[in-house]
Design a protein around this ligand. Sequence first.
Ligand code: PGA
Length: 248
Amino acid sequence: MNVVVTKSYEDSCAYVAQEMVALVNANPTAKLGLATGGTAEKVYPHLVKAYQDGKVDFSEVTTVNLDEYLGMSPENPVSYRKCMDTWFFDHVNIDKANTYVASGLNDPEEEIAIFNEKLYGDKLLDFQLLGVGVSGHIGFNEPGDHLVAGVHIEELDESTIQANSRYFDSPADVPTRSITMGVGDIMKAEKIILIATGDSKIPVITKLLADDAVTSELPVSVLKLHRDATIVIDRELAEKCNYKELEK
Ligand code: PGA
């Protein structure tokens, strides 16, 4: 697992977008695994800008998103489908038919089959973008005594529900279940980049970088087993995690 330390969160977003643009330019039919969440959100304006500046062409790219809340309508502004449309897809030349965000409304078993078809029907993911939860989750793979390899329904950790409550009017509206790629699905991506920032991530990033341990109690730690996984953090977070590395 590589660690890249940037000057600022803004620089982290620019760095991640630059890597994604380079990947698509090298492979115009790339299959990208995408992420939502407040941290990944700010990567997308950089991708849109690169498109507007004629630096990248998304016309042949396909995408699969990590997860969606169960019971969530794709029309709901806080659905991950809506987030992806408004943050990214609506502003670039991607064919929306080639973008997949799981339906939170479909029968879960049926949707798991569709999700698998999208992940494995043609080729594997060339890339996966990740955030990390305060629980240490990637996708919605929450900590526990074991992890799940494939696409599945996951009960959200209390800390995740708490963190997500900022997007909902009342606590009763915050979803408690999701459909998510499993850790095995994520690990099959050729290249993985995780972006993290902010004080709420100090405990998980500190634990992640402290040693070589891989544990289901810290799902993000599986990235230590991946051949090409990079964690991108800003200097402020790196310092607060007592991580010392050369700045890029
Ligand atoms: P956040 O979410 O960027 O909004 O903190 C990240 C995640 O839960 O993966």
